[in-house]
Design a protein around this ligand. Structure first.
Ligand SMILES: [Zn+2]
Length: 856
């Protein structure tokens, strides 16, 4: 071993404090065409001219020929290059960005379906047993001293310690070669050595040939590649400094109202759910980061932790919006400081000149905003300057509108934001769009110095983010429509129409698998990775269609909604689409909103859909049980803590903090524990607010009870005994006429109504029962048998068809099988208690806000 060492002139590097290797030689990209999982060159040895994979000892002279479809098959010469994690961050980050590295060295605008190698010598002071722990995106093969020690052909995102391999290191120099395969999307790896007790290995060093370093050294951090080890200049113009947010004390709370005690059936109570959602969002706001929320909660590890993310800026306004609306439902005083903090943060980021909401980019302190994970593309070539977050601006506008309605003085900022959102767009013909902010990086955010190119995204040949993201990120038209609707700002509505027409362009919709006689695009059918991007678009188009009174748009929304409904099990309000990018909180929140809004607007009667969603998957996706959560986390074998910069990761009481939040991935019977993202908690929570709001509509002396769910209101209080008993008691306050919608499962011939115990004749208006001449303090009671049904219904989950046997009482699922009994999932529908024939009772405090503003 000593002899070998003298043959190679090497530099010495240490592993980082957790044992990660942060200095590597990498070589690639090599072509790997074909269809996953059978890409062509998994077993091709590209290094054969220099001894092959098992024997390679790289030098700066070695080079290989490569041709890639991403570069039109042009012949490339690829060599070994030195890539190091930026010196100031070696203890915080260790992932090696192959995607951006190879794009940088080849000039390829995109890079998919390739193979690359990474190499280092490991110098050990003794013969030892150790563990090589590796994470990769996607598959890998690993050789130590020429022996294949592990390989896995897999399509996945990269996390630490995904594969753990026992290895023997000998005294002196050892070789480590990794072969990393890329299918599509991200492309990186992370590797470390520990001893057999999982402690970082302190007795080894990394050595790399000096000659390669002399050629060229690259530096990497969080998916980006730099030419220099000092890429961040804190004083550069256009960089946002992280400041301290000053929150103002609110003298008169906006949510004043009546509070009183009532004994009610202990059945689904959305006001209580609202309180929990507020608690989880409040708990996931970080006062040390200007009240930005933690973007990610990682539960796929038995060290549950929260992590800041690049989308914190986009999504924090969603929390503000959701918390404000939910507070009107439940009247809780908790976390009002978090709300004020978020509002102050948003206001402080609005630019005085162009009105826009600036954030995302780089501050050496808040590196996660620089992170390439914002898209799957990475960030080469991006100038270090602030960017106006157009999607974030739209969400901020929506939150400010809600707050403005409640008496917060935001009109000036709203007007500036509305104009800014319009001015940042590119107008063409009768539509408008936001360009891709820079080769797939930070899509649709505008650099402070202006768009680098103004091409229309999504046209044939577009190489940026996926199509569903293209229109999903053009969401400003919803908030603009809401604003136009209340202010009469015609310019804002016209501009919203331009964005809506861009989003509705036929090439952004349609499912090529539809029969040729179906006009797929015009019906709002779709095919894409991000289901939620379509559901966001649908919800937003509905807001525009209603504001603009545009029947074409409304028709499109209805037809598309009905197509959406065909994914999953509609009878139980369960939407299932793409196996991994299925965002439960977002999807079910959005669909609740769309179905309610269409029903209220008379576009259709979807109240039974709404009822099924609310009673089942929407509320079942809210995480409620601390013990189940703890069990789920503990069965997870992976002790993984993602690396993060100071302030980026938080492990404090995470399980307590996420109670009330909404997950990303869910099947019919379980929540899959990988992540809770703030976008899903924000949208699931807003879904709860809309659901609560929709139970009762009141106007003047008329009250409409749309849903047979518990709710207090100015007009009536509703006590629902469902699903235990077919009994609903409505306590009248000020209504003269009360209409009650009866779900389709109720046998109308067996329905009875009494007012103060006296039987009433039934008067129907469509699906509504109408009661006139009601007096204050009257008690209206409806009794009907609860239908029990057992159905066999099928969903496709992770590409497999699963037929469930589901027992319903009315619209409520009370049992479902087969259950997901794999270890480490959070089970849902534990509802045996709902099979009882008598509803339990409880005493609660009800709250009725003086002013109810749920605006959406
Ligand atoms: Zn989501």
């Amino acid at each position: 071993a000593g002899q070998e060492k003298s043959d190679i002139l090497t530099d010495e590097y240490s592993l980082n404090m957790d044992g990660f290797i942060v200095d590597w030689l990498v070589c690639g990209p090599f072509p790997n065409p074909g269809k996953w999982p059978n890409l062509a060159n998994w077993d091709t040895d590209f290094l054969v001219t220099d001894g092959g994979e098992a024997n390679i000892k790289p030098t700066s002279e070695m080079s290989y020929k490569s041709k890639l479809p991403d570069l039109n098959e042009k012949e490339l010469t690829v060599k070994w290059n030195l890539v190091r994690v930026l010196p100031d961050y070696r203890d915080s980050y260790a992932d090696i960005a192959l995607e951006m590295m190879f794009r940088k060295t080849t000039g390829a605008p995109t890079l998919d379906k390739v193979i690359g190698y990474a190499f280092c010598y490991i110098e050990s002071s003794a013969d030892i047993d150790a563990k090589l722990k590796l994470g990769s995106d996607d598959g890998f093969k690993a050789w130590v001293n020429g022996n294949l020690v592990g390989s896995e052909r897999v399509a996945r995102g990269c996390e630490t310690d995904q594969n753990i391999m026992p290895v023997k290191l000998k005294k002196g120099l050892n070789t480590l070669l990794l072969k990393i395969e890329d299918n599509v999307g991200g492309y990186k790896f992370i590797a470390r050595f520990t001893d057999m007790n999982d402690q970082p290995l302190r007795t080894v060093k990394v050595r790399l040939p000096i000659s390669v370093k002399q050629d060229k050294t690259f530096f990497t951090l969080q998916g980006a590649i730099y030419d220099t080890d000092k890429p961040f200049k804190a004083d550069k113009k256009g960089v946002t400094k992280i400041g301290t947010v000053k929150t103002k004390k609110v003298e008169k709370p906006y949510y004043s109202g009546q509070r009183y005690t009532a004994t009610v059936p202990d059945t689904l109570d959305l006001a209580y759910r609202a309180k929990l959602a507020i608690r989880s969002m409040g708990n996931m706001v970080d006062p040390n980061d200007e009240y930005m929320a933690w973007g990610d909660v990682l539960l796929g590890s038995n060290i549950p932790h929260m992590k800041h993310a690049a989308w914190d800026a986009d999504c924090t306004p969603k929390y503000l919006d959701a918390m404000t609306q939910l507070r009107l439902a439940c009247g809780t005083d908790e976390f009002i400081d978090a709300e004020n903090g978020m509002e102050a943060m948003i206001l402080s980021k609005l630019d005085k000149d162009d009105g826009l909401y600036y954030h995302l980019v780089t501050d050496p302190v808040r590196l996660w905003h620089y992170a390439a994970e914002y898209t799957n593309a990475g960030s080469t070539g991006m100038d270090i300057e602030d960017r106006a977050a157009v999607t974030g601006a739209a969400i901020a506008l929506k939150a400010l509108l809600t707050r403005n309605d409640l008496g917060f003085p935001h009109e000036k900022q709203i007007q500036a934001l509305v104009r800014g959102i319009e001015e940042a767009a590119i107008k063409k013909d009768d539509y408008a769009y936001y360009p891709d902010g820079g080769k797939g990086v930070y899509p649709f955010t505008r650099p402070r110095s202006g768009w680098k190119n103004t091409d229309e995204p999504g046209l044939p040949g577009y190489k940026g983010v996926e199509m569903s993201l293209v229109h999903g990120k053009h969401r400003a038209y919803k908030a603009l429509s809401l604003w136009a609707d209340s202010s009469g700002d015609k310019q804002a509505l016209d501009f919203a129409g331009r964005l809506a027409r861009f989003v509705m362009k036929p090439h952004q919709w349609g499912n090529p698998s539809d029969p040729p006689s179906v006009a797929s695009s015009e019906l709002g059918h779709f095919k894409g990775v991000h289901f939620v991007m379509f559901s966001h678009a649908l919800k937003d188009l509905l807001a525009y269609g209603l504001a603009a009174k545009d029947p074409y748009v409304l028709d499109f929304v209805r037809s598309s909604y009905e197509y959406f409904r065909s994914y999953g099990i509609h009878r139980m309000g369960y939407f299932a689409y793409h196996p991994t990018l299925y965002e439960a909180g977002c999807t079910h929140g959005d669909m609740t909103a769309v179905a309610i809004k269409m029903s209220r607007a008379g576009i259709g009667d979807y109240w039974d859909d709404v009822d099924r969603l609310i009673r089942n998957h929407l509320t079942e996706s809210q995480i409620m049980d601390r013990d189940l959560l703890e069990q789920m986390v503990q069965t997870n074998p992976k002790k993984v803590l993602q690396h993060g910069h100071q302030g980026e990761i938080c492990t404090d009481n995470v399980l307590d903090r996420v109670i009330g939040s909404f997950p990303v991935k869910m099947t019919a019977t379980s929540i899959i524990p990988n992540r809770i993202i703030m976008c899903c908690t924000g949208n699931g929570s807003r879904g709860l607010a809309y659901a609560w709001d929709a139970i009762v509509d009141g106007q003047g002396d008329k009250a409409k009870v749309n849903l047979l769910l518990n709710r207090a209101s100015k007009w009536v209080d509703v006590d629902s005994y469902l699903p235990y008993e077919g009994k609903v008691v409505i306590h009248n306050k000020i209504a003269r006429q009360i209409s009650v919608r009866i779900p389709i499962w109720v046998d109308r011939s067996k329905l009875q109504a009494t007012v103060n115990g006296t039987k009433r004749n039934l008067s129907w208006f469509g699906a509504f029962l109408v009661f006139d001449d009601m007096k204050p303090n009257d008690t209206l009671q409806l009794d009907f048998p609860v239908t029990e049904e057992t159905l066999r219904l099928t969903a496709t989950e992770d590409g497999k068809k699963v037929t469930y046997t589901i027992m319903f009482r009315g619209n409520t699922v009370v049992d479902i099988s087969p259950r997901d009994d794999s270890p480490g999932v959070y089970p849902v529908y534990l509802r045996d208690h709902m099979k009882a024939k008598k509803a339990p009772m409880k005493t609660i405090q009800r709250f009725v806000a003086d002013k109810e503003v749920v605006r959406w």
